[in-house]
Design a protein around this ligand. Sequence first.
Ligand SMILES: Nc1ncnc2c1ncn2[C@@H]1O[C@H](COP(=O)(O)OP(=O)(O)OP(=O)(O)O)[C@@H](O)[C@H]1O
Ligand SMILES: [Mg+2]
Length: 437
Amino acid sequence: MNRTIESGKTLLIDGPASASVVSGKVEVFGARLRNMRKIVVREGKRLPFAVKEKATFDISVGESTNVEEVDGDTIPSSWFQAFEELLNSQVKPFTAMVIGAVDSGKTSFCTFLINKLLNEGQKVAILDGDLGQSDIGPPCSVSYAFVTKPLTDLFGLRAKNAFFVGFTSPNRAINKVLEGLASSKQKILSNNPDFVIVNTDGWVEGEDAVKYKLQLAEKLNPNIILCIQQKDELASLLEALQKFRKMSVDSPSAIRQRSTEKRRSLRELGYIKYLRNAKVKTIPLSWLKIEEDELIGLGRNYGNMAQAGKIYSLLGMKPLHLAELCDKICIVIGKRRWIDSENIKKVEEITKKKVVVVHKGEEKGLLIALYDDERNFLGIGSLREIDYRRNVMKIYTPVSEKISIVTVGRVKLDENLKETPIFTEENQSDLTFENLF
Ligand SMILES: Nc1ncnc2c1ncn2[C@@H]1O[C@H](COP(=O)(O)OP(=O)(O)OP(=O)(O)O)[C@@H](O)[C@H]1O
Ligand SMILES: [Mg+2]
């Protein structure tokens, strides 16, 4: 479908759609569009095509595409002021941290700043600290990239490096997120950027969120914190960030809010991006260092051999795997095996820990991150199977380099790369918060 729009107006396109400019001058978040270049608007996303000179668009629509013409520019004037503030700064490298609630426009604002700075010939890096709605690296990770040309969607970038956290929300892994962002910033700085734009997650309300964002600011020590305000949702956070230089910018009124479902399906696009061309690889467990926080103790064995023997006799069987974790004993048994609850109680009595029984096969689909022996991020994978008899791990991944370290996340994907509950016990505590992102 062709559509002609007068100068000074904006065409809002809600994906799934693609559009190209046949004639005229058009910008998306400060990126000037070349004629005939196809721009994809992903499902769940909206792109504002600001018409600078009367333009004709060729638009391909999907089932739920919506196209709307509005007067003026939907980019708030405060976004332009923030850009000027950055450009006029004398400090290099200059770090700007963007904060705001979910759906406030954080990603779009980062995209806008990056494009405008690139138009001025600046060297710009983006550090993506949003685990649940990550734009650059795979979901559940913190990542960064150097941007060399203006773009309409940061999703088109590939991470130069990533730090896998393993959760979709920061509240259960605050220290890991802090560590990941701080170490990523150091790596970025060693490449001498002019600007580092830091995007953050939308967890801004409540005591814990405020504490976490304050820690984040202290770790990253940004030259400015750019705060996207909708109403007064940032009030307590801004008070806590007193000692930092801050600038408030508006949340665009044309923003498109997304449901939890939409956020999940957008996240799934992130898994697909990093699992494209994946194949199943079989790797001996002895070649790998498995890092995992208290899930089933994959990387561990039961330390106390004598007690392990006692546990076997109490259970009346030798399980496939037995691991002692911080607060529990994890026992992996065959798919069709079963353990008498009385025997479990006896084990709990002697170990003074809760016993969790996991059936073989339940590990299938766990999201994992893969690193080389120098801890460079190679990519992600989905765990297919741990074969305890052959002592091998089967991984579905596109990574072809030699894998030395495997980190197991707290997210499980089904065959269609859709998020699915992990173990029943795990879900209980996960649900309330994860729904936010
Ligand atoms: N100025 C604008 N005009 C029109 N649409 C916009 C504008 N700014 C943002 N949007 C759209 O609104 C939606 C939400 O914006 P964005 O993704 O930038 O928010 P966010 O705060 O990063 O959200 P999340 O919390 O999911 O990461 C997106 O589809 C985006 O393209
Ligand atoms: Mg975002």
